[in-house]
Design a protein around this ligand. Structure first.
Ligand code: HEC
Ligand code: HEC
Ligand code: HEC
Ligand code: HEC
Length: 130
């Protein structure tokens, strides 16, 4: 019993050390749900994009004078300032749904034009019915 306890504790510590590295602390799949009216929620394969080589700052941004000045150490899980809703509210130039649609569909279209593997541009490709 005792040995097992230690093994578990060491494993848990190793996990914590690994998980605390900022650039690894990003969620795998994220349910994007800004309130339902018509379409099913979007299950966003976050990690799949990172694996495919899309850079963090192609999606995450803080703009100053038109430049993305987001710092790497801000890309940490639990940072509510990263949420798109932190800035794209009903009063912003792009509301939340526009922000998502412009970013997601915009990039998928850009990749398609480059003839590279990409995600959907069709409603049902992202708003998947269960
Ligand atoms: C293809 C676009 C895209 C890429 C690439 C991307 N992210 Fe994200 N990320 C998102 C979206 C969208 C969300 C959800 C935001 C929301 O809920 O408003 C998110 C959420 C997060 C969160 C969660 C914030 C919270 O609520 O806890 C973290 C942390 C994060 N991303 C870090 C990263 C890091 C680090 C990278 C690069 C290694 C990265 N992201 C790459 C789009 C992306
Ligand atoms: C810290 C505030 C902030 C956060 C967080 C933020 N944005 Fe933005 N975003 C802005 C500002 C400011 C602009 C430029 C003004 C504008 O066009 O609305 C902008 C512009 C955009 C644009 C158009 C220009 C471009 O970069 O393509 C899109 C699309 C967009 N945001 C989507 C998103 C998405 C999706 C998220 C979440 C992953 C997000 N934003 C998170 C502030 C933010
Ligand atoms: C900056 C570029 C970029 C942005 C922004 C982006 N994507 Fe993607 N997406 C890709 C690429 C590239 C792939 C193909 C990755 C691969 O399989 O090689 C992809 C693939 C996908 C897939 C298919 C995954 C699979 O299992 O084949 C889904 C679903 C998807 N994206 C949803 C979204 C959603 C939802 C958003 C917005 C929150 C988004 N994407 C934003 C570039 C982007
Ligand atoms: C590349 C992915 C993607 C595609 C393609 C896409 N959407 Fe979305 N859509 C999103 C994301 C992400 C959100 C914000 C999260 C959510 O669903 O609440 C959203 C939100 C919405 C919302 C607000 C939520 C609701 O149900 O009221 C509506 C309406 C919507 N989309 C309609 C459409 C329609 C219609 C199409 C096709 C013309 C479409 N979307 C194509 C990703 C996508």
């Amino acid at each position: 019993m005792k040995t097992i306890g230690w093994v578990l504790m060491i494993a848990a510590t190793a996990f914590l050390i690994l998980a605390s590295s900022p650039l690894q602390a990003q969620p795998d799949k994220i349910v994007l749900d800004q309130g339902r009216k018509t379409r099913p929620v979007v299950i966003f394969p976050h990690y799949h994009h990172i694996e495919a080589g899309v850079s963090c700052k192609d999606c995450h941004h803080v703009y100053e004078n038109g430049k993305n000045v987001l710092e790497d150490d801000k890309l940490e899980e639990g940072n509510q300032g990263l949420r798109c809703s932190a800035c794209h509210g009903s009063k912003s130039r792009r509301n939340l749904v526009q922000a998502f649609h412009n970013q997601c569909i915009g990039c998928h279209t850009t990749y398609l034009k480059k003839n590279e593997k990409t995600g959907s541009r069709y409603c049902g490709g992202c708003h998947v019915r269960k």
